[in-house]
Write a protein that binds this ligand. Structure first.
Ligand SMILES: C[S@@+](CC[C@H](N)C(=O)[O-])C[C@H]1O[C@@H](n2cnc3c(N)ncnc32)[C@H](O)[C@@H]1O
Length: 274
């Protein structure tokens, strides 16, 4: 791997190590919520759980099947999925903080031995070819400097016929150079339009079965984030210090309006050809 790629990847892992407990604002699942329509007033944390269910439900896992969750955070989606399906799940993240926190959560959830959280790099997975029944990449691809490398690795480790589900942010309006810089500051690559994403995924060897664009369903996540952060602020400050909370709020005040106004979301389901 090139030095530039390593430096980018180190930046992403540092970002998540430093974010640490701040993921509690999202109930520790590090992804968007999902609302049914514009009248839906579901609270953020339940909408986040619903998003997990919508996305991981597409895996259609059966008891005992093996899933690799690439960019697993602290394994909140993996825990929910394991409890519901009795599947065997390995999560991989490049944040050591998340490995430690996720492993603890897995234990508390009663899933020791069934779910594991491992340190690794999505661009160079340490698992053999064709070794999982299914693979998941849930809101992590936006951090890939070499997206095709991540996608090829995802396809490599799943068995022929095995299912892959991934979510990605999508370009809905042009970004200014200042907005691109802000995304880079948050270790995110600017998103592409849906057709280019689908073409890229196909070129890496996945047959696409379904692609659902759902920007409008997830967009309430962004104002809801600030509402929760404000509500949790005193408790968070007491736990981790005011400076850390201020830093996170400032970063999000720059980043989330861009996501709200110009960026959508797609859920892609596919399989590796036999
Ligand atoms: C937005 S979070 C999503 C976490 C999780 N999928 C969830 O929904 O809660 C992105 C995740 O991708 C992980 N990640 C980013 N770059 C990575 C890399 N090169 N290798 C492995 N994981 C990576 C981050 O550490 C983080 O866990």
């Amino acid at each position: 791997m090139s030095t530039a790629t390593e430096t980018w990847s180190n930046g992403v892992s540092k970002l998540y190590d430093e974010m640490a407990e701040l993921i509690e604002v999202q109930g520790s699942s590090i992804h968007v919520g999902y609302w049914l329509d514009e009248n839906d007033r579901t609270p953020l944390l339940e909408a986040i759980n619903r998003c997990t269910d919508v996305v991981v439900g597409k895996l259609e896992l059966r008891p005992g099947q093996r899933l690799l969750d690439i960019g697993c955070g602290v394994a909140m989606p993996a825990i929910r999925l394991a409890q519901r399906t009795d599947a065997d799940i390995t999560g991989v993240t490049n944040s050591q903080w998340q490995v430690n926190a996720g492993t603890q959560l897995v234990g508390f959830a009663g899933l020791r031995g069934q779910v594991r959280v491992e340190l690794g790099d999505a661009a160079a997975l340490s698992y053999p070819d064709d070794s999982f029944d299914a693979v998941l990449m849930f809101q992590s691809l936006q951090h890939a400097q070499d997206r095709k490398q991540w996608l090829r690795e995802m396809v490599r480790v799943v068995k022929p016929g095995g299912r892959a589900v991934l979510t990605d942010f999508t370009a809905e309006a042009p970004l200014s150079s200042q907005e691109i810089e802000i995304l880079h500051g948050g270790s995110m690559i600017p998103p592409q339009p849906v057709p280019s994403i689908l073409e890229e995924v196909r070129s890496c060897g996945l047959t696409i079965d379904e692609a659902v664009s759902c920007g409008d369903r997830i967009r309430p996540s962004y104002p809801a984030y600030f509402e929760r952060l404000t509500r949790m602020r005193p408790a968070l400050e007491a736990a981790i210090g005011k400076d850390k909370v201020d830093g996170q709020e400032q970063a999000m005040r720059h980043l989330l309006p861009i996501y709200h106004d110009k960026i959508g979301y797609v859920i892609i389901t596919g399989h590796k050809p036999e």
